[in-house]
Design a binder for this molecule. Sequence first.
Ligand SMILES: *Cc1c(COP(=O)(O)O)cnc(C)c1O
Length: 358
Amino acid sequence: MQRVYNFSAGPSMLPLGVLERAAKEMTDYNGSGMSVMEMSHRSPVYQQIIDKAESDLRKLMNIPENYKVLFLQGGATTQFAAVPLNLMNKNRKADYIVSGQFSKKAADEAAKYGEVTVLASSKDRNFAYIPYVDKFSPDADYVHICWNNTIFGTTYNYTPATGDIPLVADMSSGILSKPIDVSKYGLIYAGAQKNMGPAGMTLVIVREDLVGNARESTPVMLDYKPQVEKGSMYNTPPTYAIYIAGLVYEWLLETGGLEEREKINVKKAALLYDFLDSSAFFKPTADKEFRSLMNVCFVTGDPEKDKAFCAAAAKEGFVNLKGHRLAGGMRASIYNAMPYEGIEKLVDFMAKYEKENG
Ligand SMILES: *Cc1c(COP(=O)(O)O)cnc(C)c1O
């Protein structure tokens, strides 16, 4: 078996053990005589799968009782609309902090449904940092942030203190990378395909008082209330994606939970950033205090050299290192499933490449 080191930003690597277990269970899940893909979502055997996924996630993230967990579809992008439809209803106003492309898209989508105030943006330096914000519109229905910027490789090093105003966070690329205090947020959402499972499932964690206020015209599929009432099964949920995410949650619990995961992630990221800081050929692009643990962005300063490096790396089995077109250069996405050894080998390769080409 030949597995590459896959640095894709998403869909991205999954833990090998999870893939192997899924393969083993592919044609006969737990004596049911069928694949999870072939099961009715209404069957007791599937109910057990989704219930366990939820309870394992609650354990992992220490999710308080008064928060609902939803496994939905449509990706994080669908939540760009679902959030305002459900939450922007008292004053029809919301505050957004724009720290990258996805938070910009989220703000633009919300502006279709009410008055959006962009409190701050880091566009002036191509999103190399996270703006510090401590003043919010007193009548905002919520404040929205993108917690980890997948494209530019930055992450919040503080939690905006929004007081009574619900804080909403797109955590697509950072969720499960370290412990967070869920109670500081009104709502958290994340597409699964970065750090949690296959594409097709979107996680929403929502405080229960924020459910049930959707405006009249909200499409039923975007209204959190019926999804809460039906246990994420208003219609057919993404059954297989939820099953795989459940295996990922199990793997995280078995390997020490999120405290342990943070230690590993800090060590992994430090190895790569330390190398980049010492390199004369490669340069990291994010400001030091906002560096993401999950998406490490860097450049050579010359697009032709970037291209040549990515091609040489791919030949050695380090694939998908090309940066997003808005950021240029390179991006190594080093989510939970990327082993430490993958980064050790990448750094060895980069050092050798620098010696020969720098
Ligand atoms: C990938 C990503 C998105 C878009 O996710 P989809 O699931 O493709 O809609 C939104 N926000 C962030 C932070 C992302 O990383």
